[in-house]
Design a protein around this ligand. Structure first.
Ligand code: TYD
Length: 205
């Protein structure tokens, strides 16, 4: 089963992921991420840092995703494992729809066509939602900001995320990212267990 964790920068994904590692240890999940699960991720990070052309940047994110699916996600799912990914395809539809605006006529359609036929759809996606100014306050503790991490960009990115969640309510679970960390982690872990049990999967003993 493939679970993805999404949200704007500063939403608290890293903290949640760290807690899930402990809470779900008995299910022996594979934790992975986009970008960066394979060597293409290093190229993507360089592209982000240098602010390359938005189309080139989007294609690199898609290349990273293709490699991630082929080398990590598909083999793990074929082996019957629980996979939890820190960011996945919804990040592309949320962020690149914003960065590609003005560069392409219909970024959503372009992105959808690029993923068609090979990408793997998540079974369940948790979307961490919070006011953008709260996310920026959290990011202020960090030294450098990526070009995505600006208020106007993140506001639009979160709107795209919410539109996707609205269009696919059976896949998305919205999480109040301003809740206390422990509460969020227990809620997400319980939901993952509930869905696993429904399908008769994990923990495997
Ligand atoms: P991430 O590694 O989650 O951020 P960090 O480690 O800096 O907290 O992702 C890096 C940035 O890339 C983040 O701002 C979101 C963005 N991103 C996209 O724009 N498109 C994508 O497809 C993905 C996976 C990430």
């Amino acid at each position: 089963m493939l679970i993805t964790i999404e949200g704007i920068d500063g939403a608290g994904k890293s903290t949640l992921l760290a807690s899930l590692k402990k809470e779900l240890a008995d299910c022996d999940p594979i934790f992975t991420r986009e970008p960066g699960a394979t060597w293409i991720g290093q190229v993507v990070r360089q592209a982000i840092a240098e602010e390359v052309d938005p189309v080139a940047e989007a294609l690199l994110f898609v290349a990273d995703h293709a490699m991630h699916c082929a080398a990590v996600i598909r083999p793990a799912l074929d082996a019957g494992r629980l996979v939890i990914s820190d960011r996945y395809t919804d990040s592309r539809f949320a962020y690149q729809q914003v960065t590609l605006r003005g560069h392409l006529q219909d970024p959503r359609r372009w992105l959808a066509a690029l993923h068609e036929g090979w990408s793997i759809r998540p079974d369940l996606t948790f979307l961490l939602v919070l006011p953008v100014h709260r996310a920026l306050e959290r990011l202020d503790g960090e030294n450098t900001r990526e070009h995505f991490e600006r208020e106007e960009v993140l506001t639009e990115v979160q709107a795209e995320y919410l539109a996707r969640a609205g269009a696919e309510p059976s896949r998305f679970i919205l999480v109040d990212a301003e809740e206390e960390r422990g509460v969020i982690a227990s809620f997400v872990a319980e939901e993952i267990r509930r869905v696993c049990e429904l399908r008769g999967r994990y923990p495997r003993s």
